[in-house]
Design a protein. Structure first.
Length: 248
């Protein structure tokens, strides 16, 4: 247990000390939060496996708003979305949808959904961070082509109560942060609104095609864009750690 507590303390000092510089003024972690007390443990189970896992909610809740500010300063709000061209299937005739100039809003506005846990294993600290987006908005400009007809407009989407988990680890031998994966666990609600003339019969085809398109891709899209946000942050942390090591 003493070894694990030492490793946990090492992780906290790692975040605060090795990332010293511009980032630390955003983080502002207080020294009293570095203590690993018994009430922070998830369970009182005395088994070896549960004893190695520690709840770091208080520390994470202190750091999260500052990380959000940091990401916004780095231009991570809003996020550019990729362009798409999608053929229309399951409808008579030939048609396609082109989606351009897309933006995803509020990805940095996240909250902790469950316990953030830290676990020591083979000279590594494994970190599981369960988070939730209460609201995500996205928009695209679309061009809808069906036979010889073309229509242009805007599409607006909304995702509500989406849970996801960031899984990462810290290699204590190399003092390096590793981002393993980001997984979408649940999406409670997804809605799509298309700016159009409601009396236009082609809008029913467009609405069905675009809804199916986003339903099939929204999970992968959110996972990919989350990686785009988190990866530069971790890369910068690792660069600062490397500079600290070179000066040591």
């Amino acid at each position: 247990m003493n070894l694990f507590r030492s490793c946990t303390l090492c992780f906290l000092i790692f975040i605060v000390t090795y990332s010293n510089g511009n980032f630390t003024k955003y983080v502002g972690v207080k020294t009293e939060l570095l203590r690993v007390e018994n009430p922070m443990f998830i369970s009182q189970d005395t088994s070896y496996e549960s004893a190695r896992k520690v709840n770091i909610n208080k520390i994470f809740d202190e750091i999260l708003p500052k990380i959000r500010e940091y990401l916004i300063r780095k231009g991570m709000e809003p996020i550019n979305l990729p362009n798409y061209t999608e053929k229309i299937i399951n409808f008579p005739g030939s048609g396609k949808i082109d989606l351009r100039k897309g933006y995803l809003h509020y990805m940095t506005d996240v909250k902790r959904s469950k316990n953030v846990t830290l676990q020591y294993k083979y000279k590594r600290l494994l970190l599981d961070i369960p988070l939730r987006w209460q609201l995500l908005d996205f928009n695209y400009e679309y061009e809808f082509t069906y036979f010889f007809i073309k229509k242009r407009g805007d599409a607006y989407g909304r995702v509500e109560d989406a849970d996801f988990t960031i899984t990462s680890e810290i290699d204590l031998s190399k003092l390096q942060i590793i981002l393993n994966k980001i997984r979408i666990d649940r999406i409670d609600s997804f809605r799509l609104k298309i700016q159009s003339n409601k009396l236009d019969p082609l809008m029913n085809i467009l609405s069905q095609a675009m809804t199916r398109f986003f339903q099939n891709r929204i999970v992968r899209l959110l996972e990919e864009k989350s990686m785009d946000i988190v990866r530069p942050f971790i890369n910068e942390m690792n660069e600062r750690i490397a500079r600290k090591k070179s000066y040591a």
